[in-house]
Design a protein around this ligand. Structure first.
Ligand SMILES: [Zn+2]
Length: 498
């Protein structure tokens, strides 16, 4: 696949929708927000204290502000979706021979027949890549290649759906599996163990390969790390390119259930970036294409419990940042330039990372301020019929509206799913912030600190003010800190200011 960065598209904001006065009822209270250090993308928040209950009406004069100044982006400008063979002929032969010997050995030892309850019917696969439990964004993967159902070569490609989402090579290799790659920021995701490979169906582990380098960026990567699972009907699934030393601690001969952890998505062996290559054989050793379709020449039935659609348009991640991401040379992780803290007067970037983006689905985007009022909204549609992986970023060059500081959300509704990302809007962002004896009076003010914020004596928030304190580690409120009726103060903790 040839990268096609495309910066020619433009956004078409809904005229005038971002410009109106708001009148809000604010509960005078002190709210605490918490976030773990591991939370990088979304700040999970909870309101724990409602100190005062007076309801007051607060009008904030709306300020005319255009929709985002610019939009840019396009196809994922990286080579990890590129075509490559996964195994040399020698490697493939050696694996097949070893697995066959292992099966014979296990049968002689009575490992087969399988544990009671394991079906001997054709397996029904679940999706073999899932986000790790710590992942706090929407999705981790995308499809780059299906099985090539056209035995001819080169450049004679048919996926199960009669499309061209596969590849072959002049050497005669026709892609024999499904490639599921990590997206976005695959190398960082691999380092963070974000994408886990799970068993698509229950079975017995009949082979494990581990200890091989997982930083491959192309051919000549040597041996891969992999787990091989035999199902109750004698069919076998290969799960390849795993991260070194990430494999399940279960041994050859142990059983696994559907959805059970097998390893972390990596880039071992002949691989151009972190992805899973899943390859399936029936009990007789015939290649299987798990997807049923009119161009599947291998098998008539689907092997999926619920066959995924050919395209699965979704957003894997939303983010805010100080600059566009920089995709570094493989295998160096990209520089995301993400930030969950926006400092007044600086450039604000809002980013969306799509999988299977289609020009038949459009995004409805909005920016909502800390009072819940919509600051801006607009729509966006890619002009390209299909991107397997794409990203777009919208920018306000100088984001200084007279708007409430505190927690804002960037929303993107796409393909019947609502996605949102929370960020903090503050006036400053230093390492340590000290609030002197000031009265926060009738305004919206936010302070950020990567380490901590401390208040001097007698800081008071009065006269319908809205104070946001955002710190990486702690906020210390000293004697005399007070929030008057009608005003609001929020404390946000998390990895949000750098
Ligand atoms: Zn593959």
């Amino acid at each position: 696949m040839t990268p096609k960065p495309d910066a020619s598209c433009t956004v078409c904001p809904t005229s005038g929708t971002g410009c109106h006065s708001i009148g809000s009822h604010l509960t005078s209270n002190l709210s605490l927000f918490g976030a773990s250090k591991a939370t990088r993308s979304r700040i999970r928040s909870f309101r724990v204290v409602t100190a005062l209950s007076a309801l007051l009406s607060l009008s904030i004069a709306g300020q005319l502000l255009a929709a985002p100044d610019s939009v840019n982006g396009g196809e994922y400008p990286d080579n990890s979706q590129d075509e490559h063979f996964h195994l040399t002929e020698e490697q493939r032969w050696a694996i097949e021979r070893r697995l066959e010997l292992q099966r014979e050995k296990m049968r002689s030892q009575g490992v087969f027949p399988l544990p009671s309850g394991m079906s001997t019917a054709q397996p029904e696969f679940v999706w073999p890549v899932v986000p790790a439990a710590h992942v706090d964004y929407a999705g981790v993967d995308a499809i780059s290649n299906y099985v090539d159902n056209d035995a001819n070569f080169p450049d004679q490609i048919l996926d199960y759906n009669c499309g061209g989402r596969s590849y072959d090579l002049s050497s005669g290799y026709n892609h024999s599996g499904i490639d599921i790659f990590l997206w976005p920021f695959s190398w960082q995701m691999m380092e963070d163990n974000d994408g886990e490979i799970v068993a698509a169906a229950p079975g017995i582990i009949i082979g494990k390969d581990d200890g091989n380098n997982d930083q491959s960026c192309g051919f000549g990567g040597g041996s891969w790390n992999a787990v091989y699972v035999e199902h109750g009907d004698g069919s076998i699934a290969w799960y390849g390119h795993m991260k070194k030393n990430s494999l399940t601690t279960k041994n050859v001969g142990d059983s696994v259930v559907a959805g059970e952890f097998l390893g972390v998505v990596g880039s071992s062996g002949n691989s151009t970036g972190p992805h899973l290559h899943m390859e399936v054989y029936d009990a007789s050793g015939n290649l299987i294409d798990p997807y049923a379709g009119s161009c599947n020449v291998f098998n008539a039935q689907s092997w999926w419990k619920e066959q995924p659609d050919y395209y699965e348009p979704a957003i894997n991640r939303l983010a805010t940042g100080t600059a566009p991401p920089s995709f570094n040379n493989c295998p160096t992780p990209a520089t995301t330039n993400f930030s969950n803290t926006h400092i007044a007067g600086t450039s604000l970037y809002m980013l969306a990372f799509y999988r299977d983006q289609l020009n038949t689905s459009s995004s409805q985007l909005s920016l909502v301020d800390s009072t819940g009022s919509t600051f801006d909204n607009w729509s966006f549609t890619s002009s390209e019929p299909h991107y397997a992986a794409s990203y777009w970023f919208w920018n306000y060059a100088n984001f200084t509206p007279n708007r409430p500081r505190g927690g804002w959300t960037f929303n993107n509704s796409y393909n019947n799913t609502d996605y949102s990302h929370e960020f903090f809007y503050v006036d400053t962002c230093d390492t340590i912030e000290t609030l002197d004896s000031v009265t926060v009076n009738a305004s919206q003010t936010g302070y950020g600190a990567s380490n901590y914020i401390t208040t001097a004596n007698s800081v008071s928030v009065t006269n319908n003010a809205d104070l946001a304190l955002v710190a990486g580690n702690k906020v210390v409120l000293n004697n005399g800190f007070s929030v008057a009726s009608g005003s609001k103060a929020r404390i946000d903790l998390g990895d949000v200011c750098s």
